[in-house]
Design a protein around this ligand. Structure first.
Ligand SMILES: *[C@@H]1O[C@H](CO)[C@@H](O)[C@H](O)[C@H]1NC(C)=O
Ligand SMILES: *[C@@H]1O[C@H](CO)[C@@H](O)[C@H](O)[C@H]1NC(C)=O
Ligand SMILES: *[C@@H]1O[C@H](CO)[C@@H](O)[C@H](O)[C@H]1NC(C)=O
Ligand SMILES: *[C@@H]1O[C@H](CO)[C@@H](O)[C@H](O)[C@H]1NC(C)=O
Ligand SMILES: *[C@@H]1O[C@H](CO)[C@@H](O)[C@H](O)[C@H]1NC(C)=O
Ligand SMILES: *[C@@H]1O[C@H](CO)[C@@H](O)[C@H](O)[C@H]1NC(C)=O
Ligand SMILES: *[C@@H]1O[C@H](CO)[C@@H](O)[C@H](O)[C@H]1NC(C)=O
Length: 490
């Protein structure tokens, strides 16, 4: 139902590291952390595409929570930023994390100065958000998903906190041209011409990098980048847990840093090359299933998970103003004819489910993920190695919860109007070319042309578990029938 990959929070969280560019002599305490957050790899619906049939069945590569903390002094103002290999954070995660941080550190980390962000991968386990629309396809709340993420956030923050040491921060920016396209170019054309004229393209190509350097030995301890492109290189039919292109970029970056710090003349690997994976497959085949027994240090998890106690370099690829930016840069084509889709409706002879975007590795989505990861990784290496501008000044932050219902907006001619309550138009159900939604809906439609209740039969009398009962594990039966759901959606 909610096949729209750009589904976002009902509240906007605005966090600004401001005033960093003013003032003088900014030596900070800086710490980084990284913790595995993979979650249930079998039978759990995945977060992002809203596809009932997309349930985890294995792992492409593991997910991580990566954190940096920058503090003015050991008890002074500070800021913690966490990047999750997940579709998004959730208010529920934030509430639980803050409670755990309160127990560890009192008021040092709080609602104001902790930001939790998701890479927007569409290939992680779902069911960890509290609002019903995010939990329909996972049939409610999934405690195992929630536990894995919450633990990783808490422990990656704890690592970063324990590793705080004097350091400095460098910033660099640059454009990355081939890592995204606008997947709804006809919708973009509805923007006023004078506004469009202000931008060279219909997407934002800016990558911003922060580089953290240890003051004592001059070595970098980590780098975080922000760049807008969807985590939809892995398709809505993929069943493997994956960090998608940004998770891949992070691993490439961390591997590159580790190898260059050992050997300054190591070239950058070309990850997009078709590799002979036989060695890897043989190694993987040697790892035996535990048959339901807990993992030991030579089997499964304990053996395979990368360890980082925060002393290793942490490279993170964070999501920014992603909007309609797609990593499927070859464009969208009809799966039946192979021709480009209908421009205004992103459909093929009226059928939206036939119109699907193609990544550069098409038809191999794992290759597409690698290539899109590699493009971001290479740009990050450029920005990292040439970063010269040092950030100085005091640390400050802003965090706003804003209710978008009934906000006053001043139009030209001083007319004042109000925003509506939250609403989803019929085009929402059509999804996007990264993950088409339900047949019968088309992008650009302002009316529903078929009887939508036909498509909603599946979720009638669905059993959803409620997040409030997280600890008690009880299930609650919600009588969610098509007419009530549709009512809520419109
Ligand atoms: C460093 O890497 C280069 C290129 O891969 C290689 O030729 C050289 O032997 C390496 N040096 C050491 C000391 O490992
Ligand atoms: C990496 O390898 C692929 C396939 O061989 C090639 O097409 C691509 O140009 C290479 N990329 C770089 C940056 O060398
Ligand atoms: C695994 O754990 C056992 C017992 O805890 C220990 O004796 C052994 O050295 C460990 N092996 C490895 C490879 O860490
Ligand atoms: C798309 O819609 C616009 C009006 O919104 C129209 O001018 C244009 O001709 C349409 N393009 C196609 C290819 O149908
Ligand atoms: C639309 O396409 C899907 C395949 O993606 C197919 O299952 C469905 O039957 C098509 N609908 C019509 C009316 O052709
Ligand atoms: C947002 O504002 C609307 C109207 O003022 C109100 O009905 C709604 O309860 C508010 N939402 C929250 C979460 O406060
Ligand atoms: C669905 O729910 C609505 C509102 O609760 C109710 O009026 C309607 O009778 C229900 N329909 C079915 C088929 O259960």
């Amino acid at each position: 139902m909610y096949g729209h990959p750009t589904l976002h929070y009902f509240f906007y969280t605005l966090v600004v590291i401001s005033a960093l560019i003013f003032g003088a002599n900014g030596d900070y305490l800086i710490g980084v952390g990284s913790y595995d957050m993979t979650g249930p790899a079998g039978g759990v619906n995945m977060m992002g595409y809203g596809n009932f049939d997309q349930n985890t069945a294995g792992i492409h590569f593991r997910l991580r929570a990566r954190t940096f903390i920058v503090a003015q002094s050991s008890d002074g103002p500070r800021f913690a930023f966490v990047n999750l290999d997940a579709g998004m954070a959730s208010q529920l995660l934030t509430i639980e994390v803050l409670q755990r941080l309160q127990k560890r550190y009192g008021d040092l980390y709080n609602e104001e100065n902790v930001a939790i962000s998701g890479t927007h991968t569409h290939a992680g386990p779902g069911g960890y958000l509290q609002y019903v629309i995010y939990s329909v396809t996972s049939l409610g709340f999934v405690p195992q998903s929630f536990d894995a993420i919450i633990t990783a956030i808490e422990l990656s923050i704890a690592q970063a906190h324990d590793n705080l040491k004097p350091g400095s921060i460098f910033i660099n920016t640059g454009d990355l041209e081939n890592a995204g396209i606008n997947r709804s170019p006809s919708a973009y054309l509805f923007n006023p011409p004078e506004e469009r004229a202000r931008y060279p393209r219909d997407i934002d190509t800016l990558m911003t990098l922060l580089k953290f350097v240890d003051a004592e030995n001059g070595k970098s301890i980590g780098a975080f980048t922000w760049f807008a492109t969807h985590g939809t290189s892995m398709s809505r039919d993929n069943k493997f847990i994956s960090g998608d292109n940004k998770g891949a970029a992070a691993r490439f970056f961390e591997d590159w840093f580790t190898s260059t710090s050992k050997n300054a003349s190591t070239p950058i690997n070309n990850y997009s090359k078709k590799l002979n994976n036989r060695g890897l497959l043989e190694k993987a085949a040697k790892i035996k299933a535990t048959g339901g027994q807990p993992c030991s240090n030579t089997t499964s998890q304990g053996f395979k998970v990368r360890k980082n106690d925060g002393s290793l370099f942490v490279g993170a690829f964070c999501q920014s103003n992603v909007g309609d930016v797609s990593p499927n840069v070859l464009g969208a084509f009809c799966t039946d004819s192979g021709l480009p889709c209908d421009f205004n409706h992103s459909s093929c002879h009226g059928n939206d489910t036939l119109c699907v975007g193609r990544g550069p590795g098409y038809p191999d989505e794992i290759l597409s993920t690698k290539i899109m990861g590699e493009r971001q990784f290479r740009k990050a290496v450029d920005l990292f190695t040439s970063a010269k501008e040092e950030l100085t000044g005091k640390i400050d932050y802003r965090h706003v919860y804003l209710n978008f219902t009934n906000l006053e907006v001043q139009l030209e001619g001083n007319e004042v109007v109000k925003t509506c309550p939250a609403a989803l138009g019929p085009g929402f159900a059509a999804g996007t070319t990264d993950g088409p939604g339900v047949f019968g809906f088309e992008q650009g439609d302002t009316e529903v042309s078929i009887d939508p209740s036909m498509k909603l039969k599946k979720i009638e009398t669905t059993t959803l578990t409620q997040p409030k009962l997280y600890n008690s594990q009880s299930k609650v039966k919600l009588n969610l029938n098509s007419s009530t759901l549709l009512h809520n959606l419109n």
